[in-house]
Design a binder for this molecule. Structure first.
Ligand code: F6R
Length: 261
């Protein structure tokens, strides 16, 4: 795991956007795995800026989002399809046909999960998967104790996740309690993973993900198995790491070709 600690979430997001932009420049038909939530918003804004000011071209890019709430149509303002359209897709030159989000209203949700896996395979697999980290260590909506080899599946959201995300729904009761999510096995199949975690609320999850045992109780710790996982943190989220000086040292000694962005 490559650990990059930056002074602020803003600087971390700019670095994350640079990493993704480089993937697209090197491979114009890249397949991106995308996340929603508060964490990547600034990263999407930076990618939009790179598109607008520096001609970053999304016309041949394909995307697959990690997850979607069950029961919410893509027109629902709290659906992840809507989030992606408003915060990213409508600001860049991506072909909407190439953007994939699991369909939380599918009549047969199991078939939707199998079909999603197949669509990722048909696209040639994911070149870089963007991830956030739940306060309880979840990635996608893979909540604690879910199988580390899971494929796209139906998950029950934890109470912690419901508490963290229910504000935008107005109340705990109004929020969907189930979601479709890529599995941890699906995420680990991406050729590269890029996880962002910022702020003091993520301290414990970051500590377990990076330095704790590989364990289903912290789904993010599965990234310890990934051959090319980059984790971008800020001073707040990295405050619990015991080996922060080591990560900073490694970062400072990189050869030019090993540097990101
Ligand atoms: C969202 C997702 C989630 C979030 C996580 C962190 O698509 O997969 O795992 O990344 O819940 O959410 P924020 O960024 O809002 O703290």
């Amino acid at each position: 795991m490559e650990i990059l600690i930056r002074d602020s979430a803003e600087i971390g997001c700019i670095l994350g956007a640079k990493i993704i932009a480089r993937v697209i420049r090197e491979k114009p038909d890249a397949v991106l795995g995308l996340a929603t939530g508060r964490t990547p918003l600034l990263l999407y804004q930076e990618l939009i800026r790179l598109h607008r000011d520096e001609g970053l071209d999304f016309s041949r890019v394909t995307t697959f989002n990690l997850d979607e709430y069950i029961g919410l149509a893509g027109t629902h303002v709290q659906s992840y399809r809507y989030f992606m359209r408003e915060n990213f897709f409508r600001h860049i030159n991506i072909d909407p046909q190439r953007t994939h989000v699991p369909d939380g209203t599918a009549a047969n949700l199991h078939a939707e999960c199998r079909g999603y896996e197949q669509r990722i395979l048909d696209a040639g697999g994911i070149d870089i998967q963007l991830l956030g980290l739940g306060r309880n260590g979840h990635i996608g909506f893979n909540e604690p104790t879910g199988s580390l080899r899971s494929r796209t599946w139906i998950k029950i959201l934890s109470e912690q996740t419901l508490r963290d995300n229910s504000a935008v729904f107005g109340s705990f009761d109004a929020m969907p309690k189930h979601a479709l999510t890529m599995g941890i096995g699906t995420i680990l199949d991406a050729r590269r993973c890029l996880l962002l975690a910022f702020g003091p609320a993520k301290v414990r999850a970051v500590e377990h993900m990076v330095e704790g045992p590989l364990a289903a109780i912290c789904p993010g710790s599965a990234l310890q198995l990934h051959p090319r996982a980059t984790v971008i943190l800020d001073e707040n989220s990295s405050a619990g790491l015991h080996y922060a000086d080591h990560y900073r040292w490694i970062d400072s000694q990189k050869l030019d070709w090993q540097r990101n962005g």
